[in-house]
Design a protein around this ligand. Structure first.
Ligand SMILES: [Zn+2]
Length: 437
């Protein structure tokens, strides 16, 4: 091993201490002066740690699972090496989702894609560098709609080398967090996870959102944020903000599998067979069939399902108009759709779909010019002009009142409050038309 003198010193200490111990070590089982050793399914060498080839062979040759038991074995095998896989939790989400109680075991294209991506990632894993406690760490974090992830790395000769990856899926409550809160959750999770590496020394946090800025603004108003803020205060770090596209280290495939509602493999296969584009490209080098027969394209980011024209609207709707799609803008919608699917001219189609979305048109004001503030004429007498406002909904009273209607007379500034059960025009009209006092 490379640490020359160090390993001899450790060896000498080991020999002298084992002499004092009552137990003996079998020299048959000991290996000295080896370039690399196999240890608990890993290969430990001068360069770093990597999974054992013999175990990876099992992953590589793993057939598509047909039963829950078979399938759990695969997830378990992959999980053992999760620290070698960037965004493991998010990639594996369509698979781990199937292991939950009350979830029907159904193998669709998302599961197939996750299965193949995991195999691919695990059969070419990075070599994780040994941590060097004399130089500082870099922690890159990321969050998506289904998981949080982080990469701990260090600079060696000006290049960033990963020391470990960590990721986990979100629980039910966390799925309701806002994007900023999720980014913060990722930081808190990662700092906790890598506590042994980070505590007591200075490190850099790279995050793709101004989450830490938010932390300082919000900590007084939310107990969860307050707790996170206190936790992070124990650490000495410098935040570094990067946009999602640049922070590809932790970002990667983490957003790939956020859509839960899905199209089945059979639907894809049937429609692809009738589609002229699919038929034209299917035997060209960049295209291939996934294990279950769905046509996919090799892109620089990985395999993407080729969407026949008949299913494009459905895919767009899934990625924009469903609760998972969240009616995001065209960039985010494209990001979500293109992380799993491909068709020519996709970006344009996404932009035009989002522009035409009726719900978005109702809610979002796309560059609409707001009229300037108007001016009221000064009233000459009491109750010539009144202003009204509604507060609520508040916790309901035993009689079912939930709102407070405030009425202010513009002339005298006389204020009157009314309890309301609903915000309907009828109820409000009834209240303000009844005689005052
Ligand atoms: Zn929309």
């Amino acid at each position: 091993m490379n640490h020359g003198n160090n390993s001899w010193t450790s060896f000498a200490i080991f020999c002298s201490s084992s002499g004092r111990l009552t137990s003996n070590c079998s020299f048959k089982k000991c290996h000295f002066l080896q370039k690399q050793v196999h240890y608990l399914g890993h290969i430990v060498s001068a360069e770093g740690i990597q999974p054992d080839d013999r175990k990876l062979e099992a992953v590589r040759n793993y057939p598509v699972p047909t039963s829950v038991k078979h399938f759990r074995a695969f997830v378990g095998l992959c999980s053992y090496y999760r620290r070698f896989v960037k965004s493991f939790a998010s990639i594996a989400h369509p698979l781990t989702h199937l292991t939950k109680k009350d979830v029907h075991f159904q193998w669709g294209p998302e599961q197939q894609l996750a299965f193949e991506t995991l195999k691919e990632r695990l059969t070419s894993p990075p070599i994780l560098a040994y941590p060097d406690f004399t130089s500082s760490f870099i922690l890159a974090t990321d969050a998506s709609g289904c998981g949080v992830g982080a990469v701990l790395s260090q600079l060696h000769d000006g290049k960033e080398h990963p020391v470990a990856y960590a990721s986990r899926a979100l629980n039910k409550a966390e799925m309701n967090y806002s994007a900023t809160e999720l980014e913060l959750l990722a930081i808190v999770y990662a700092v906790n996870y890598f506590h042994q590496y980070l505590w007591g020394s200075h490190f850099t946090i790279i995050t793709d959102h101004a989450a830490l800025r938010y932390l300082h603004q919000m900590k007084d108003s939310n107990s969860r944020i307050m707790r996170w803020s206190l936790l992070l205060e124990e650490y000495a770090y410098t935040p570094k903000y990067k946009k999602g596209t640049i922070n590809s280290n932790a970002d990667g495939l983490s957003r790939a599998f956020a859509v839960v509602e899905t199209l089945s493999s059979d639907q894809f296969i049937a429609q692809q067979a009738q589609d002229s584009f699919c038929n034209r490209v299917k035997n060209t080098p960049k295209y291939c069939n996934t294990g279950d027969g769905v046509l996919a394209k090799h892109t620089r980011q990985g395999l993407r399902i080729v969407v026949p024209s008949s299913l494009r609207l459905k895919v767009l709707a899934l990625n924009h108009s469903t609760p998972q799609g969240g009616h995001c803008g065209h960039r985010k919608t494209y990001q979500a759709a293109s992380s799993k699917y491909f068709w020519p001219g996709m970006a344009k189609d996404v932009a035009s779909f989002v522009r035409r979305c009726p719900q978005c048109a109702l809610v979002k004001d796309h560059g609409r010019v707001k009229p300037p503030m108007g001016k009221f004429n000064d009233p000459k007498q009491a109750f010539e002009a009144i202003s009204i406002d509604i507060v609520g909904p508040l916790p309901p009273t035993p009689d079912g009142f939930k709102y407070i209607l405030t009425v202010i007379d513009q002339f005298s500034r006389f204020v009157q409050f009314y309890a309301l059960k609903t915000q309907t025009a009828e109820e409000i009209a009834q209240k303000i038309s009844c005689p005052l006092l």
